[in-house]
Structures are given as structure tokens and as C-alpha cells.
Ligand binder design. Structure first.
Ligand code: SF4
Ligand code: SF4
Length: 182
């Protein structure tokens, strides 16, 4: 994990308030027990552990958090959330930070994961649920990596895991409304 000196001018006291308001979870109640980090299945791929991200939010290290690799590596599995003794919804915090990074133009790390995230949201916005074919198509167009994992895609298609026509859901209009609101 990287270590570096922090100067007072880097600290943004508004960050924790903003993250708490957007994620509806009390990040400031973290007492650094590290239970979230020790249970995270993807911590080995992260530049900062989940507990460190929470600490950085509390300190107000906006740039470091929004440019971190961790927020894009997180798979929203919610293991950390269920382990937190203070009921901090860390998975939701990660999602909030991804959105903040996208809106601020600071999403520099893991460009392909960022594009995958955008493709995923685009499919949800259109169909109210994931339509794998649209999601993969959007992702491929964004990354221009048309042949990467093509063999896996073909295999999934043959096994019926990728449907040509999306199955509509009942609450599609409500999902669209949610996107408009947020
Ligand atoms: S499990 Fe909760 S209290 Fe413990 S370090 Fe993680 S966020 Fe903080
Ligand atoms: S939700 Fe993200 S940070 Fe939390 S345990 Fe899963 S991968 Fe790790």
C-alpha cells in the first residue's frame, strides 16, 4: 500500500459530509477495526484497502480517493458491509465514490473497469435489468477491444447465457425515473 506525506491543504472537510449524504451511511462512525478489509475478496488487487478508503474519506483526501484503483476494483459483493460492526454500508460508499469520480472527471484509474461500469448502467437504464448483449456491445465499442474474450462470449452464447432479445421487467418505467432523478 502506498505511503506518502499529507499536507493540510489536501484535506477537504466537506468530503465526508458529501459521501454520507449521497450514500446514506455514517462513514464517520468508522473506528478502523479492519473487519471490512480482512473480508474483502479483492483486496489483493486494490491500491488502498476498504478501511483505508473509509479513513481517507473521513480525512478529506478527495483526490486520492477519487483517483484510486480500489473504487473500480470493488465488485459490490457487500461482504464488507455485512461485516462492519458499525453498520457502515461500505459497498454503497464505493458505488458513491465511483459516481463522484465519474462526475468530477477524476476517474483516471482502471479505465476499462470504468467503461464496464458505464456499459452496465447503460443497460440497466434501457431495460431495467442487465441485458448482457447490449452491455458487452457497449463495452467493446468503448474499449475497442473487439476480440478480447471472444471465445468465452461464444461459449456463453452457445449455452444460452447471452440472450439476443432482452426480457422486459415490470418496473422498467420506475427504473428510468430513478435514473432521471439521480
Ligand atoms: S468494518 Fe466498519 S468500522 Fe471496521 S474499519 Fe471497516 S468501515 Fe470501519
Ligand atoms: S463490496 Fe467491494 S470493498 Fe466490499 S468486500 Fe466486496 S469487493 Fe471488497
Amino acid at each position: 500500500m502506498p505511503t506518502k506525506e499529507i499536507t493540510e491543504s489536501q484535506l477537504d472537510s466537506q468530503l465526508v459530509k458529501e459521501v454520507e449524504a449521497k450514500s446514506h451511511t455514517k462513514v464517520s462512525s468508522c473506528f478502523q477495526c479492519l473487519k471490512c478489509s480482512s473480508g474483502c475478496p479483492l483486496s489483493y488487487e486494490m491500491d488502498y484497502l476498504p478501511a483505508q478508503v473509509i479513513r481517507m474519506v473521513n480525512l478529506g483526501l478527495r483526490d486520492e480517493v477519487l483517483k484510486s484503483r480500489t473504487i473500480w476494483v470493488c465488485a459490490s459483493c457487500e461482504t464488507c458491509t455485512t461485516r462492519c460492526p458499525n453498520d457502515i454500508d461500505i459497498a454503497h460508499v464505493m458505488d458513491t465514490l465511483r459516481e463522484m469520480a465519474l462526475r468530477s472527471g477524476k476517474a483516471e484509474a482502471e479505465q476499462d473497469m470504468r467503461r464496464f461500469h458505464e456499459a452496465f448502467l447503460s443497460a440497466i437504464k434501457t431495460w431495467g435489468r442487465v441485458h448482457e448483449l447490449q452491455m458487452i456491445g457497449t463495452y467493446k465499442l468503448k474499449t475497442r477491444k473487439f476480440m478480447e474474450d471472444a471465445d468465452i462470449g461464444m461459449e456463453m452464447f452457445k449455452r444460452g447465457k447471452i440472450k439476443l432479445i432482452p426480457e422486459p421487467i415490470k418496473g422498467r418505467k420506475a427504473v428510468k425515473k430513478l435514473f432521471r432523478k439521480t
